[in-house]
Write a protein that binds this ligand. Structure first.
Ligand SMILES: [Zn+2]
Length: 230
């Protein structure tokens, strides 16, 4: 895979002893040119970047070297840790809104190839640590969106996808979601918001924030896959 280097000034050193163990997937919300411009703009008030951008035709761009911190996740939380930029790699996938626009097959194929190479370089990125921006910033972010092909990625060995038929989680839903990685509820993010975020990722056909039997069963299966008590 040929990657086009387009260095962005928006990066920082990794903190000492920070091991890269999270991969965060985003959509750009902007067309390619505008995305690259924004992610390489060192003069704007809120400087942003990502390690990679994948164009709709599958062309990958490298903006920030993996050994540096890129500024893509913002306020974020996963598995009890916050501020995930320090230990993550971020990929921006060009798509104007992943709830409404499909990701072209050629783009998904290129993304899979890129993710595989990243995972090979960073074995600490275990499958449950391949996340969407929405997973790590519930309510605040919705990318990569309802149409993102998580199941296809999981089949390719990137991230998890739940199997049907597990015995539903019967305890407290918030606790079970946190056991998988989701943040605790807060003043501005309710448990229902976090359930909706989970559904957005793992049950995109209905994202209503209600812990129905199917949602509880999908979460139970995922917890089993990662070796946690349902
Ligand atoms: Zn994002």
């Amino acid at each position: 895979m040929t990657i086009i280097d387009l260095p962005s000034p928006n990066h920082a050193p990794r903190p000492t002893d920070a091991e890269v163990d999270i991969l965060v997937l985003h959509y750009t919300e902007l067309p390619l040119e505008e995305s690259l411009e924004a992610l390489c703009d060192g003069d704007r008030d809120r400087r942003v970047s990502a390690h990679y951008v994948v164009a709709e035709d599958g062309t990958p761009y490298r903006l920030v070297a993996e050994e540096h911190v890129a500024w893509h996740a913002g306020q974020s939380h996963w598995r009890g840790r916050e501020g995930l930029n320090a230990t993550s790699i971020g990929i921006e996938i060009v798509n104007l809104h992943g709830d409404r626009h499909d990701y072209p097959a050629v783009q998904v194929d290129a993304l899979i190839e890129l993710c595989r190479s990243i995972l090979a370089r960073h074995p600490a990125i275990v499958p449950r640590n391949v996340v969407g921006h929405s997973d790590v910033a519930p309510r605040r972010k919705v990318d990569p969106g309802l149409r993102f092909p998580w199941a296809r990625l999981a089949t390719a060995g990137i991230g998890l996808w739940p199997r049907a038929g597990a015995r539903p989680v019967d305890g407290d839903m918030q606790t079970a979601l946190q056991r998988f990685g989701y943040p605790p509820a807060a003043d501005d993010v309710t448990t229902s918001d976090i359930i909706a975020t989970f559904q957005r990722r793992f049950r995109p056909s209905r994202e209503d924030g209600i812990a129905d039997r199917e949602t509880r069963a999908l979460l139970a299966d995922l917890l089993e896959q990662v070796g946690e008590q349902p």
